[in-house]
Structure formats: structure tokens, C-alpha cells
Ligand binder design. Structure first.
Ligand SMILES: Cc1cc2nc3c(=O)[nH]c(=O)nc-3n(C[C@H](O)[C@H](O)[C@H](O)COP(=O)(O)OP(=O)(O)OC[C@H]3O[C@@H](n4cnc5c(N)ncnc54)[C@H](O)[C@@H]3O)c2cc1C
Length: 413
């Protein structure tokens, strides 16, 4: 089987070693069990796989070396293994990515109080899980959903409040959907100190998973992404030390926007991995199954070959797009500050395009596999179910496109 490669000028030798590590883990540990993850009610398989990734150092990757971490900050370095893991199972990739995601702002801000508390816990031998809790319920009166992350709303729709009471923040509100919610050891809550202040009011505050006043609903029942757990998070007078705020007024909004760009780049990497997994599956299947007169493998028929070519074109261009976005994110002097609309725009190009490619590839692959594509035993339908949500989360396909435009012209809200 031809194995895809990346332009070496975009990455360092160590990046390729990390990708190889993830690739081997996927082939040896994830592939043999991936079809059982949907039935893994108590997450025993999922926890074992995540523990395996923790053992390889992927969870401590971004933490400072003084806590046993690897101090990895590069989006390229983190994106490549994430793509590989999503080739095996996108839900496992999400659970891993969303463990690292909430800690990016603390790392960027060099928030010692947060890193000194959570660093040793997350760099230890035992599996730890993180959660970036941003989305809130919406409704006919507006707010919630995409309005929370829409840069045009400037945080004015955030309803989860943070009030300073002496040496503590007191948090109240409700969050929905966030990956790893209900099972996380640490949460980063997107709050406001005063919604009328817009971006100045945005406050990113860390909350330990066992904090008093934190409670959760039932886990959502979803079409796919079974390895990722999602529930409603309730905050009732949750108190945390005031140092658990990422930084301060204005800065927190900038870290929030930078983290949205990271989330979209990670989503793009996972879309490419998902599409690659589906592509490898359909290549195998269409090479074996013989149809037509004269009988020949499906992939030798020109109509199928053209479809396979379109899948390859989509995957290769989506891969280059997310890696270019990651490279740009790693080089803010040349391509704009991490929180800039330029970075969010390019990350959104990568995410919108990557997710569309994954949906197209899994759909076409299923057409070429016929009914076999629709049953679990043939390893395709899970990719098809899993990738759809990548198109819908983090602003969805529509706000994502809005955010692309923001680098090119002023777009009201
Ligand atoms: C499996 C899963 C994992 C998730 N993980 C996380 C997570 O880790 N953290 C977290 O905080 N959230 C998470 N989410 C939530 C997700 O990011 C949001 O659901 C998503 O951003 C959109 O919000 P919504 O579903 O309320 O859609 P809505 O806001 O109701 O949007 C509905 C539609 O309107 C479009 N739209 C929105 N704004 C505009 C506009 N201004 N103009 C035109 N069209 C617009 C949208 O693109 C979409 O098409 C997750 C959700 C799921 C299902």
C-alpha cells in the first residue's frame, strides 16, 4: 500500500518521528478494536487506548519540561500525529486533542499557577483528561452555539459569569456539548466578567474536575464519535483561586481567539486522517471485488478510478492546506499573531475544506463499496458517521465560511 508523505520542508525530523510513533500505535492498537468502540458503553477500550497514548507521551506533550512535559508548541508537530490517530479513530483523536486544547492558553500565557497545579497531574503515569468548555445553549432569544465563538459578537453572548470574590472567582452558568465533558480532570471555562464589556469581559478560567458546584447531565447519544463523551455542564457557585484565570481583560479574548484557530487546525488534521482511513479501506475493497464484463476489480473501471482520483486529490490538498495553516500558526511574525483574523481565516479554510473532503470521501467510498460499505464488518461506515460532526462543530460550515471572509473584508457580525 502506498503510504502518503508530507513535504519535508514543512516539518522537522522529530515531527516525522512522532508521526511514525502515532502511525504504529494506530496500526497495532487502534485498528484491531476500532469497530468495538461504538459498543464500549463504559469506555474501557477508549480508556485503554488513551492510556496507551499517554504512555507514549502524547498527553504531556505541551506541558513544560519542569513538570515532565515535552514543551511542544508547534501546530505542525501536534497536527501530524493527530491526523494519524484520526485515521484509526477520530473519536480517540478528539479525546486526546481536547485534553491538550484547554491547556494551550495557560502555556502561551506562562500561567505558573495553572501549570504548576495541573502540569504534574497531567504529566504523571495515570491517564488524565481535559475539556475546553465554550458552547452554551441557544434558543429563540439568540445567543449560545456559534454566537459564543463568533468574533463579531465579541463575547457579548456569553452567559456563564465569573465574579471576583476576594481571592477567588465564582462561576455560574451552563455549558453544553464540550468534548470530554463529564469525565475530565480539568476544564477551561469560557466565561464573562461583564458581557456588556465585549472582548474585555471574556475570562478563561480553569476548574478542577472535582470542584464543588460542578455537575453534569447524561451523556449525549450521537451518530458517531463514540470515543468522545459530551454532556451538559452546570456551574453553581464554583469557586477557584483567582490565579486560575488565564491572564486578564483583553488578553483572555486574544487567547480565546487563538485557541479557536488551534481548534480549527486540529479539526482539519482529524478530517484528513478520517478521510485517509476511509480511502485506504475503499482502495483495498475495490482492488479485491471483481465486477462487470469482462470481470475486473472495481477500481480498474474508469468510472471508479475517476472517483478514487477525486478522493486522492481532496485528501492531498486538504493535508497541504492544514499543514500550511499549522506552519503559518507557528510563524506569527510572518503570518500574523495567533489571535489575528488572518490566522483564524486560514485555519477556517483548512477546517471547512478538510471536513468537506472527509464527508465527500466517506460518501463516495460507500458508493463504491455498495452495501458492504454500510455494514460494520467492512470498516467504512464508522468513518462516514464520525466525520460529519467535524463539519458541524466549531462554528459549523456556515460560521466557518464567514470567518474565512474576515481576513479579506469587514464582515458585520
Ligand atoms: C461531538 C461534539 C463535540 C463538541 N466539542 C465541543 C468542545 O469541545 N467544546 C465546545 O465548547 N463545544 C463543543 N461542541 C459544540 C459545537 O462546537 C457547537 O455545537 C457548534 O459550534 C455550533 O453550535 P450549535 O450547534 O448551537 O449551532 P448554532 O449556533 O445553532 O448554528 C446553527 C447553524 O447556523 C449557522 N450560523 C451560526 N452563526 C451564524 C451567522 N452569524 N450567520 C450565518 N449562519 C450562522 C451555523 O454555521 C450552523 O449552520 C461539540 C459538539 C459536538 C456534537
Amino acid at each position: 500500500m502506498y503510504r502518503h508523505s508530507v513535504l519535508k520542508s514543512l516539518c522537522k525530523e522529530e515531527d516525522l518521528i512522532l508521526r511514525e510513533l502515532a502511525r504504529d500505535f494506530v496500526d497495532q492498537e487502534i485498528m484491531p478494536v476500532r469497530e468495538r468502540i461504538d459498543d464500549d458503553e463504559h469506555h474501557a477500550i477508549v480508556k485503554e487506548l488513551l492510556q496507551g497514548l499517554a504512555n507514549l507521551g502524547f498527553i504531556r506533550a505541551i506541558f513544560p519540561e519542569r513538570h515532565g512535559g515535552s514543551d511542544i508548541r508547534s501546530a505542525v508537530t501536534l497536527g501530524l500525529p493527530l491526523e494519524e490517530i484520526a485515521r484509526g479513530d477520530s473519536g480517540i483523536a478528539v479525546a486526546l486533542a481536547c485534553t491538550l486544547w484547554p491547556f494551550m492558553p495557560a502555556v502561551w500565557a506562562n500561567n505558573d499557577a495553572v501549570l504548576d497545579h495541573f502540569g504534574p497531574i497531567f504529566c504523571g503515569d495515570e491517564l488524565r483528561i481535559g475539556c475546553f468548555n465554550m458552547t452554551e445553549p441557544g434558543g429563540s432569544s439568540g445567543g449560545g452555539g456559534c454566537d459564543i465563538e463568533n468574533p463579531g459578537m465579541q463575547g457579548r453572548k456569553i452567559r456563564t459569569t465569573a465574579k471576583l470574590d476576594g481571592e477567588h472567582w465564582v462561576l455560574n452558568g451552563q455549558k453544553i456539548w464540550a468534548s470530554n465533558s463529564g469525565i475530565a480532570d480539568a476544564y477551561l471555562m469560557v466565561c464573562t466578567t461583564d458581557a456588556s464589556q465585549g472582548d474585555e469581559g471574556i475570562a478563561l478560567i480553569y476548574v478542577p474536575g472535582d470542584a464543588e458546584g460542578l455537575s453534569f447531565g447524561n451523556f449525549e447519544r450521537k451518530a458517531g464519535m463514540a470515543a468522545d463523551r459530551n454532556t451538559t455542564t452546570y456551574l453553581e457557585n464554583v469557586r477557584v483561586p483567582k490565579e486560575y484565570r488565564v491572564s486578564g481583560p483583553g488578553d483572555d479574548a486574544r487567547y480565546f481567539h487563538a485557541n479557536l484557530a488551534v481548534g480549527r487546525l486540529a479539526s482539519a488534521a482529524m478530517s484528513v486522517g478520517n478521510a485517509q482511513g476511509a480511502f485506504e479501506t475503499v482502495l483495498d475493497f475495490t482492488g479485491d471485488r471483481v465486477v462487470g464484463k469482462p470481470g475486473k476489480p472495481i477500481r480498474h473501471h474508469s468510472i471508479a478510478a475517476a472517483m478514487i482520483a477525486d478522493m486522492a486529490i481532496g485528501i492531498e490538498t486538504a493535508r497541504m492546506t492544514y499543514l500550511t495553516g499549522a506552519y503559518r500558526f507557528d510563524h506569527p511574525k510572518e503570518y500574523g499573531a495567533a489571535y489575528s483574523l488572518e490566522q483564524l481565516s486560514y485555519a477556517s479554510i483548512a477546517k471547512v475544506y478538510g471536513a468537506d473532503v472527509a464527508v465527500m470521501v466517506t460518501n463516495r467510498a460507500m458508493e463504491l463499496m455498495g452495501s458492504y460499505g454500510y455494514v460494520r464488518e467492512c470498516h467504512l461506515e464508522k468513518y462516514w458517521r464520525d466525520c460529519k460532526i467535524i463539519q458541524l462543530w466549531l462554528g459549523g460550515a456556515q460560521l466557518g465560511r464567514f470567518d474565512v471572509c474576515r481576513a479579506y473584508y469587514d464582515l458585520p457580525l
